[in-house]
Write a protein that binds this ligand. Structure first.
Ligand code: SF4
Length: 451
């Protein structure tokens, strides 16, 4: 946004540069979509937005500061949660369903709907994988799991799984065949299995065969008529199964809210945002962020503005989520050292948009080197001692600079009591001091950051 602009650098998620790669991918996809027609700027922006929509909430989720303001006052809290979970976390719902002791036919149908919602083959395979590997109907779960883990031929994964299912199911009873049928229906969603193969496996039971044929035809019809994601969503919302999925999504959300210290989530979630205190709204937004299956969650001041008790509940919730979800990375922006110190594995201290020091919380708190970091730590220590009448609060003189016109050289130099001549001319490089402890300051290293 004016007057800001991108001068360099990159933001990468799993190697994907969300600035440059999105642009080139959008160009490529727009050229395919428009065929021989000239691509307009509008088409490119639309493509970029479409690609970013796949990244947001899937690869990365953001909870901005004062996120509670983002809730729609006309929607009940539970509707916010259900929409978030349904749009972003099919895998979570899938797991909730399969963890039930005995899956009903309705559960199976709900799973089929969820698989159908997945925009790509990887998403579908993942859901089918969760189902197959966790569902008790298969005796040889480890074998299937092995295929999912080790197969190099992801495109033909469904055929390999089908092979295992066929071998496992020889000579079993009708209910078992029905389970196989349901699995194959899932496969059909991917348009990969032909009807012939499925029929060959069910020839013993004519009634089941007729039933199967009808179901397959209706699903095929549905697939053909669902030409766009919008159509697909509409058909799912009109489906009787939607209520069932919604129910599962809600129970999933209630569980997250209970973990955040809300004892009666059913009652609270039935209210509108303006009917509950700010702190509940904030918890609601955090619960929504953790209800989706993101690889990275970014939280901006998630707990700093609340009382100590609430702060502790939010922090222990975040820590527990991190412990449970091994693949999840959490990035927290905060000015509150007590928040950062209690929860982080690694601290990056920023001043005027630049990283000036990096280390473990222990190093930063007890052995900070950069003058800005030290002044922040001293301010906190002074605040703790302020009850002693002789103590004065210490603070750093001056103000943070205007980032549209930052100071030359070290951006902290106008406020630094240790500044030297070089500080206003050159920018210090973030350089290692000891293992895992990096500092950008000419007091410790003469290395200069290139322009
Ligand atoms: S580089 Fe110079 S101005 Fe910047 S923090 Fe170090 S001593 Fe202070």
């Amino acid at each position: 946004m004016e007057p800001g602009y991108v001068v360099g650098g990159s933001v990468r998620i799993n190697g994907f540069n969300i600035y440059r790669d999105v642009k080139s991918l959008a160009k490529f996809e727009a050229s395919i979509a428009s065929g021989k027609k000239r691509k307009t700027g509008e088409t490119l922006i639309r493509e970029q937005e479409r690609i970013m929509q796949k990244i947001r909430g899937h690869s990365i989720t953001l909870v901005p500061e004062n996120a509670f303001r983002s809730l729609n006052p006309a929607l009940k809290l539970k509707d916010h949660m259900v929409y978030t979970v349904l749009s972003r976390n099919a895998a979570g719902i899938c797991s909730s369903i399969i963890k039930r002791e005995k899956a009903s036919l309705q559960d199976v149908e709900a799973l089929i709907e969820l698989v159908q919602q997945q925009p790509d083959i990887a998403g579908r395979n993942r859901l089918i994988g969760i189902w197959l590997t966790e569902n008790a109907i298969f005796n040889n779960r480890s074998l299937i799991f092995n295929v999912f883990e080790n197969s190099t031929d992801q495109e033909n994964l469904h055929e390999q799984i089908f092979d295992i299912i066929s071998k496992e199911k020889k000579g079993t009873d009708v209910s078992e065949i029905e389970n196989v049928r349901n699995t194959l229906l899932l496969e059909l969603q991917k348009n990969k299995l032909s009807l012939d193969i499925i029929m060959a496996n069910d020839e013993k039971d004519t009634e089941l065969k007729a039933d199967l044929e009808r179901e397959l035809q209706s699903i095929e019809l549905k697939l053909k008529s669902s030409t766009s994601p919008k159509d697909l969503v509409r058909s799912i919302l009109n489906s009787t199964k939607y209520e069932h999925i919604r129910e599962v999504a809600l129970s999933y959300c209630y569980q997250v809210l209970r973990e955040l210290g809300i004892d009666d989530p059913e009652k609270i979630a039935d209210l509108y945002p303006d009917d509950v205190p700010v702190v509940i709204r904030q918890k609601m937004v955090i619960a929504m962020a953790f209800s989706v299956d993101s690889g990275i969650i970014v939280l901006d001041e998630p707990a700093s503005n609340y009382d100590v008790n609430t702060k502790l509940k939010i922090l222990s919730f975040i820590r527990e989520q991190h412990r449970r979800k091994k693949e999840l990375s959490i990035v927290i922006f905060s000015k509150d050292l007590t928040v950062l110190n209690s929860i982080s594995d690694r601290l990056l201290v920023m001043y005027a948009g630049n990283i000036v020091e990096e280390g473990t919380p222990e190093t930063i708190v007890s052995d900070s080197k950069h003058p800005f970091t030290s002044s922040v730590i001293n301010t906190f220590s002074a605040a703790e001692r302020v009850t002693e009448k002789s103590d004065k609060l210490e603070f750093t003189l001056g103000f943070s600079p205007d980032l549209t016109d930052p100071p030359k050289g070290c951006r902290f130099h106008p406020r630094c009591k240790f500044r030297m001549d070089i500080c206003s001319l050159k920018k210090p490089l973030l350089a290692p001091l000891t293992e895992g402890h990096n500092v950008a300051c000419f007091l410790y290293s003469e290395q200069v950051e290139e322009d």
